[in-house]
Write a protein that binds this ligand. Structure first.
Ligand code: C2E
Ligand code: MG
Ligand code: MG
Ligand code: MG
Length: 281
């Protein structure tokens, strides 16, 4: 009886596995086609300085809408792209496209240059010659290195060996900015924060939610901001959705924000309009 049950469990398990594998392969093939048919595009979510509410730049977010108008979330297809290796091709397209867009921005009427943040997956970072790829894209597009910010999650930093270390050192040498994304949700280690020395710490949305009412979130956000300040890093809060959260963040000394309150991810023409408005004196 127990044995039969075990066999059944096993069969159930393998059937489910097969279905999952099939799903992945299907998605991988669709993604390959999407790349060929140029169904991928970027949206740009604005980031703002808290002190003067001025635009600080944008984050490039990948979108996939197929010919039937069906949109797939990056949270769904990025992992498939990573596992299949397609992320290498997709990721360099994103970088090139984002740098091209940012290179065309007029300078703001006052204040620092706008930055373009680009998400980079662990697999891309570990690809030999990643920093050289970034260098050639900057050369080709004419974007200033200091206007590009590479966002990396904590998990990508876990294996800081060989290629990853070379990539991070290479990016630093170019003068490209580094950001740690979704800070506090991964295998955070203060040792890697010290080593990696990012320019920006992006406080994950889960700590920002209902900040004004939640003592636990407020305590964590204050700790991250304090740490960032003393290490001379910029603290940016992600996923700010309400005025109450923004006010609480301002009070805690958070420098920059990004979220639905201040701006949803925008189509390229809307983003260009926002940039043009900041360029006028
Ligand atoms: P992320 O880098 O942490 O990006 C922030 C995500 O939060 C985006 O989701 C954005 O649309 C969403 N968001 C922004 N403000 C708010 C808010 O106020 N409330 C809520 N609920 N959500 C907000 P999206 O665009 O679906 O991207 C999900 C993730 O996919 C990104 O998280 C990033 O890890 C990954 N991703 C997106 N584009 C790329 C890419 O070009 N390359 C790589 N490797 N990963 C990417
Ligand atoms: Mg990001
Ligand atoms: Mg994030
Ligand atoms: Mg996230």
């Amino acid at each position: 009886e127990a044995k039969a049950q075990g066999r059944n469990n096993y069969r159930f398990f393998t059937e489910r596995m097969t279905a999952e594998v099939r799903q992945r392969l299907l998605m991988e093939n669709r993604l390959r086609g999407a790349l060929a048919r140029q169904e991928l595009h970027l949206m740009l979510q604005p980031k703002f300085w808290v002190a003067d509410r001025r635009l600080s730049g944008f984050e490039a977010l990948l979108r996939w809408t197929d010919c039937d108008g069906v949109a797939t979330s990056p949270a769904e297809f990025i992992p498939v792209a990573e596992e299949s290796g397609l992320i290498i091709e997709i990721g360099s397209w994103v970088l090139r496209q984002a740098c091209q867009l940012a290179a065309a921005w007029p300078a703001p009427a006052s204040g620092p240059a706008l930055t373009m943040a680009v998400n980079v997956s662990p697999r891309q970072l570990a690809q030999p010659g990643f920093a050289e790829l970034v260098a050639s894209i900057l050369r080709d597009t004419g974007l200033a290195a200091a206007q590009l910010e590479i966002e990396v999650t904590e998990s990508a930093l876990l294996e800081r060996t060989g290629n990853v270390k070379a990539a991070l050192d290479g990016l630093k040498a170019l003068g490209v900015r580094l950001a740690v994304d979704d800070f506090g949700t991964g295998y955070s280690s203060l040792a890697y924060l010290k080593d990696f020395a990012p320019d920006t710490v992006k406080i994950d949305r889960c700590f920002v939610t209902d900040l004004q009412n939640r003592h636990d979130n407020a305590a964590i956000v204050l700790a991250i901001i304090t740490l960032a300040k003393s290490l001379k890093m910029e603290a940016l809060a992600e996923g700010v959705e309400t005025e109450e959260e923004l006010a609480a963040l301002a009070q805690l000394g958070c420098e920059a924000v990004q979220g639905y309150l201040t701006g949803r991810p925008l189509a390229l023409d809307s983003a260009a309009g926002l940039v043009a408005a900041t360029a006028r004196p």
